[in-house]
Design a protein around this ligand. Structure first.
Ligand code: FES
Length: 620
């Protein structure tokens, strides 16, 4: 039961059944954040993205604001539909959050190419048996440990202060026989004989985190978990988050804490699933794009988001986990791989590491598609990299009925005349369209002749109607949606997709143009990442998002960044290889790049074609 405090109100969110009591004055979006409820907010609460739609279930609902009026029809407004970021309740309130406005449940890509690596971790365990002290042997516990390790030819020189605190009590209970975990001469943890020796690899994406718990003795993956990035509530666009961090130390601290909290949650879930504790994790590797890397380390980002886009640090870095609020073994470090430049960060380096970039032959394009798409060209042993702003359309952002890949999202579409076949995630009634469904939809509309190569809806089709004064294609009529309205694809949605796909294609074309290589000469295109795993490559080629090379030259490799992080966790040599990759990759800035701009304009066109000197060239 709610109990009232002066000037406080009770808010209840359904269907999750979360309740809280809050001081008045904040938006429903903010109250949801405080309760850990993920409501989509692409614009970070500015009222312009329309993704935070909720329904206020009270008998009396406050009058709509201008931004609500622009988003909802009169019927929806009358039913209590509002934007969560624009609704500031003045009394107790019950709120329905529809599936399409939730950031969970979401599908997380955990699998990827997992080539075994010989475990030679940085942190090694050494079994020790100390001589117990006595009145005639009063050497300190740690001095005794270091002497014993030295006698065993282990170059131990120091002990982490946290590990030191955990030594005197436990070693006595273990009868002076235990395992010491040493990293570069520093004892970072101690444990009972034959206890756990674990490591954690994390791919910290701007949308999702993927984490892996590894046995550092034999390299086995013991657990893997995914989680939505809780920073999303403060803006799905990383620039919005960087701006928040740059605006105030409190904003930066909040984002840092959210990232660290998510890593802690994953560590807790994974160790709990195998009957271990987070104290058993003696080393960690975290990779993310440059912005995520800076935000979770709490580094300044202002210089990163303004030209010439300089990171605070490019090289790899190891920090004590406790210094960034991550709870592992007392003296454990979190290692971050190096960044290349701009937004091409440690996750891309990890991806290149996982695909064995130094052994690739011929001309290879490797890309990880997302809101920012990082692309590398590997040619004659050289690496050239770009980052292009491909926008939120692939995550369902800026798309009228778009959503992330979660339950009920349409992920496959086939159009034949007025007949539309679709598949949804978890085979439930459709609630929206996720990235792979968006690509299929536009490709199918083009192949079916309903839109032309400029993306304009031209054909007469019984599913083409006027929606809110604009032409749109009715993908799913309301009666198939389990109580939702029609799921439609509008002319504006097509334009959004064109912008995103043109950026990716122009990025590829620019990398090739710099090296004088025609697109037809590409030997392989490697597509990494969660989104890239699920797209239909043929649809992406039909759209002109990817060059029309034979389909057998494409390879989808899953979460390669996560696999690269695992490799770096398991092997000092792999960390050194990552350093080499970052050092040798040549970064090409696309902002103001004429070649990119010309290719971008041509790549707005739909269809199968090559790009040459920024111009469309038909396939022979
Ligand atoms: Fe609410 Fe953007 S409209 S978060």
């Amino acid at each position: 039961m709610f109990t009232r405090t002066v000037s406080e109100i009770n808010i209840e969110f359904q269907p999750m059944g979360r309740r809280g009591q809050f001081p008045q004055g904040q938006s429903l979006l903010e109250y949801a954040r405080r309760l850990g409820i993920g409501i989509s907010s692409v614009c970070g609460g500015k009222g312009v993205c329309g993704k935070c739609k909720i329904q206020v279930l009270n008998h009396r609902v406050a009058a709509p604001r201008d931004l609500d009026n622009r988003t909802f029809s009169l019927a929806f407004l009358a039913s209590g539909w509002r934007l969560a970021c624009q609704y500031f309740p003045e009394e107790d309130c019950t709120v329905h959050v529809p599936v399409e406005s939730m950031t969970t449940p979401q599908r997380t890509q955990l699998e990827g190419i997992d080539i075994p690596v010989r475990p030679v971790p940085l942190v090694k365990g050494y079994q020790v048996k100390l001589d117990p002290p006595s009145l005639s042997d009063t050497l300190g516990d740690v001095d005794r440990l270091i002497e014993t390790l030295t006698d065993q030819h282990v170059p131990a020189r120091s002990v982490d202060i946290g590990a030191l605190k955990s030594i005197p009590g436990p070693v006595r209970s273990w009868g002076w026989q235990f395992e010491a975990f040493v990293r570069h001469g520093e004892v970072v943890a101690v444990g009972p004989p034959a206890g756990r020796h674990l490591g954690m690899a994390v791919d910290l994406g701007s949308t999702k985190l993927a984490a892996y718990l590894i046995d550092l003795r034999d390299g086995r993956t013991l657990a893997a978990k995914g989680l939505m990035n809780p920073q999303i509530s403060y803006g799905e666009d990383i620039i919005a988050r960087c701006n928040m961090a740059a605006a105030s130390p409190e904003g930066a601290a909040k984002l840092q804490k959210l990232a660290a909290g998510a890593i802690n949650e994953l560590a807790g879930m994974m160790t709990g699933s195998i009957g271990a504790t987070t104290e058993n994790i003696h080393d960690a590797v975290v990779v993310g794009n440059t912005a995520m890397h800076h935000l979770y380390l709490g580094l300044p980002v202002r210089q990163l988001v303004t030209a010439p886009f300089i990171p605070a640090i490019s090289r790899d870095l190891a920090v004590k986990a406790r210094d960034i609020g991550v709870g592992l073994a007392s003296g454990a470090y979190v290692h971050t791989l190096p960044n290349i430049a701009g937004f091409v960060g440690a996750d891309h380096v990890a991806m290149l590491l996982a695909i064995g970039v130094s052994r690739l032959k011929g001309t290879v394009i490797a890309l990880d598609i997302g809101t920012n798409t990082e692309i590398s060209l590997v040619h004659n042993g050289e690496i050239f990299s770009v980052s292009c702003a491909s926008g939120p359309a692939f995550e369902g952002g800026h798309i009228r009925d778009g959503m992330r890949a979660g339950t009920g999202a349409i992920e496959r579409v086939k159009i034949a005349g007025a007949d539309v076949k679709y598949e949804t995630i978890d085979n439930t009634p459709p609630v929206g369209i996720c990235g792979s469904g968006i690509i299929d939809t536009v490709a199918q509309l083009y192949v079916a002749g309903i839109i032309d190569s400029s993306g304009r809806i031209t054909a007469v089709n019984s599913r083409v109607r006027d929606v809110e004064g604009r032409k749109a294609f009715i993908l799913v009529p309301a009666d198939e949606t389990n109580g939702h309205s029609d799921i439609v694809f509008t002319q504006h949605d097509i334009r959004e997709l064109q912008l995103g796909k043109a950026a990716i294609r122009a990025g590829i074309a620019t990398l090739l143009a710099v090296n004088g290589i025609p697109e037809s000469r590409i030997d392989e295109i490697i597509i990494a990442g969660a989104f890239g795993s699920y797209i239909d490559v043929a649809s992406a080629v039909d759209l002109g998002m990817l060059p029309p090379i034979p389909l057998e030259r494409f390879r989808q490799v899953g979460n390669a960044a996560g696999m690269g992080a695992k490799r770096a966790l398991l092997s000092a040599a792999q960390r050194s290889e990552a350093r080499n990759i970052a050092r040798h990759a040549q970064y090409i800035e696309l902002a103001g790049n004429t070649s990119f701009n010309e290719a971008f304009i041509s790549a707005m066109q739909l269809g199968r074609y090559y790009l040459q000197n920024g111009k469309r060239k038909e396939i022979d």
